[in-house]
Design a protein around this ligand. Structure first.
Ligand code: HEM
Length: 142
């Protein structure tokens, strides 16, 4: 297992052990930044579980060089077209806020090594989402 994957796994175990759910704080921060988006979420109490978990899974999968990450990101980008025009900036903010919310929740259990590992994988995920968006617009322009 790569260094980033091991660190990321350890962070996820710490979150689970401490019973921390990121989604509530994460959504509050996301809606504070993009208030108009709140209305697009019909059932956030249910869907925030999967949206948050998949974001974490994608970064963990990238760190472990898993081949399923790209198909999952491509599918995410396609299905999210049904929610309207979602600018890349909002995806980037959601990924960054996921990491920032985790950092805030873990306090002393979060250090420079964790920040670097998650930061690297967040950058890779954002680049992959950008590629998926561009590819879909090219093959299926709206
Ligand atoms: C890496 C980033 C993201 C991932 C992995 C992700 C994943 C998901 C998943 C798996 C669902 C389906 C949940 C379910 O049916 O249980 C979902 C729903 C949804 N996503 Fe995302 N999403 C991401 C970013 C975003 C962003 C930036 C927006 C912008 C507003 C967004 C808007 C929505 C909306 C409106 C729904 C439907 C929610 C509802 O009806 O309650 N997503 N997302």
């Amino acid at each position: 297992m790569s260094g980033d994957a091991a660190l990321i796994e350890a962070t996820l175990v710490r979150l689970a052990e401490r019973g921390i759910e990121l989604r509530h704080g994460l959504y509050e921060r996301f809606f504070a930044a993009y208030p108009a988006r709140r209305a697009d979420f019909l059932c956030p109490e249910a869907t925030s579980v999967r949206m948050t978990d998949e974001t974490l899974q994608m970064m963990y999968g990238l760190a472990a060089e898993e081949s399923w990450v790209w198909p999952l990101v491509a599918e995410l980008s396609y299905t999210h077209r049904t929610y309207g025009q979602l600018p890349l900036e909002e995806y980037e903010a959601f990924v960054d806020l996921t990491v920032a919310t985790m950092a805030g929740a873990l306090g002393d259990d979060w250090g420079a090594a964790e920040a670097a590992a998650w930061g690297r994988q967040a950058d890779r995920l954002k680049a992959m989402i950008a590629k998926a968006q561009t590819d879909w617009e090219r093959v299926l322009p709206r």
